[in-house]
Design a protein around this ligand. Structure first.
Ligand code: NIG
Ligand code: FE
Length: 441
């Protein structure tokens, strides 16, 4: 007798791949079981097979009929800035009306959020983060990475980490310390003092965070500064992530590969050398189409009354070079108030198709098994295979391509996290601790 048997999925996308995830030609092979079934017991997947096989093999305490539904692994979102206060919608209006250009105001935007976050009460930050996790969950995300980086002083950075550790939510949160996000205003002209502060906070941060992230970008820190922080972090047992080459070429991809980082994220200005280095080292590239969309990076801009193209690398070509160069790639929503204010991986999958010209199979693999590898969890989750965590989504549509073709509406029907049904009929079915009066941002 097992806990749960899901049967008759019209399509069951397992997102199974080799031990390192889906790379190169693997991205063309999306494993699909038609009329599929999944057997689940004690939070883990016991078997994945056609219904006719599993129906005979198991008796279950609960059976879910998934007729007419696609069944997939829970979505994994390997990059977010979950804890913050305040909204930056005014900044977006300046951008869309041409009063400012993308990239130019990113540093000051981040510093605005830092000011709001430093002043916010802990209870409000925690309540908002929980509310955001609820939104992620009903949109199919079952694991999310979450960074600090809006504190940039000792007390606020540690407060953010403690909040991340106290969330107690079905969406599993993987905590990252991002002290080196941007230079805080009070350290202007004192860069090395701030880098020293970031390093001095590492030991305390390690109690709460698994990863250390550094922003190796014109808006953040230099390769040398990031290297110093990363080297120290490694000695304390952190694994590394890098915000790399987002607003200009900064050799962030090369740095990530050299330090053995788990992932380098953004990569808009990645160099050919960076692609080679990351492919060789197996560093996962995390792509963030929500940023490309929200920062209008592929949209002609009007500046001073004249139309001009944003002088950005053309992302579909850059992404294709990364795939052909043998890089492991994942997708993420990069949920944050400035460059990508969405909690929905579904939207991100839709944008990846439209903006990066990725195929349906590539998008599914990059949002599941490869995203798990971007969090060093590829052996534990990210695909529907015996032995893995029972994190699954049952969709309102019967085929995987329909999740990407439709856009802007939530297509999730049921979410199972660690074998427990936590969303049913599109609404939360676990006892949410989110209070009904979440304070406005
Ligand atoms: O897009 N270099 C930092 N980039 C962050 C921005 C966060 C924000 O705008 O608040 C990112 O991931
Ligand atoms: Fe980010």
């Amino acid at each position: 007798m097992i806990d749960l048997l899901i049967m008759h999925a019209s399509e069951l996308v397992t997102c199974r791949a080799g031990p390192k995830g889906a790379v190169g030609r693997d991205l063309e092979r999306l494993n699909i079981v038609t009329d599929g079934a999944v057997a689940i017991d004690r939070g883990r997947i016991v078997a994945v097979d056609p219904t006719r096989v599993l129906r005979r093999a198991y008796r279950a305490r609960r059976v879910i009929d998934a007729r007419g539904r696609l069944v997939s692994p829970g979505l994994i979102d390997p990059h977010s800035h979950l804890v913050y206060a305040g909204s930056r919608h005014h900044e977006y209006e300046s951008l869309i009306t041409g009063k400012t250009t993308p990239g130019r105001r990113l540093g000051s935007g981040i510093r605005y959020t830092v000011g709001m976050t430093r002043r916010a009460p802990v209870a409000a930050l925690r309540a908002q983060a929980r509310a955001d996790l609820d939104v992620m969950l009903v949109h199919g995300t079952t694991t999310v990475e979450a960074k600090t980086g809006y504190g940039l002083d000792r007390s606020t950075e540690l407060r953010m980490l403690r909040i991340l550790k106290s969330l107690q939510h079905p969406v599993e949160v993987v905590a990252t310390y991002l002290g080196a996000h941007v230079l805080p205003a009070e350290y202007r002209n004192r860069r090395s003092a701030y880098v020293a502060l970031v390093i001095s906070m590492l030991r305390d941060a390690r109690q709460y965070a698994e990863y250390c992230d550094v922003c190796c970008d014109p808006v953040g820190f230099t390769v040398e500064e990031c290297f110093r922080i990363g080297r120290e972090a490694l000695t304390l047992g952190f694994r590394l992530k890098v915000h790399a080459d987002q607003t200009g070429p900064a050799k962030g991809a090369e740095l990530a590969a050299r330090c053995g980082a788990t992932s380098a994220d953004h990569l808009d200005y990645i160099s050919a050398r960076g692609i080679r280095a990351m492919a060789r080292r197996g560093t996962v590239g995390v792509l963030l189409p929500g940023v490309t969309y929200h920062m209008m990076e592929m949209t002609p801009m009007v500046e001073g009354g004249r139309l001009r193209r944003a002088s950005k690398p053309f992302m579909p070509l850059a992404v294709r070079r990364m795939i052909e160069g043998g890089m492991r790639l994942a997708l993420s929503a990069d949920y944050n108030p400035g460059t990508s204010p969405t909690q929905s991986m579904q939207v991100v999958m839709q944008l990846a198709a439209r903006l990066y010209r990725l195929s349906y199979g590539e998008i599914w693999l990059m949002s599941t098994i490869n995203a798990a590898h971007a969090l060093d969890r590829g052996r534990d989750r990210g695909s529907l295979e015996a032995g893995k965590r029972a994190d699954l989504v049952l969709w309102r549509v019967p085929e995987h391509g329909m999740v990407i073709n439709r856009f802007g509406v939530n297509l999730v029907h049921t979410v199972v996290k660690d074998g427990r049904v936590v969303v049913e009929g599109g609404v939360l079915s676990y006892a949410s601790r989110t209070s009904s009066s979440v304070p406005p941002r």
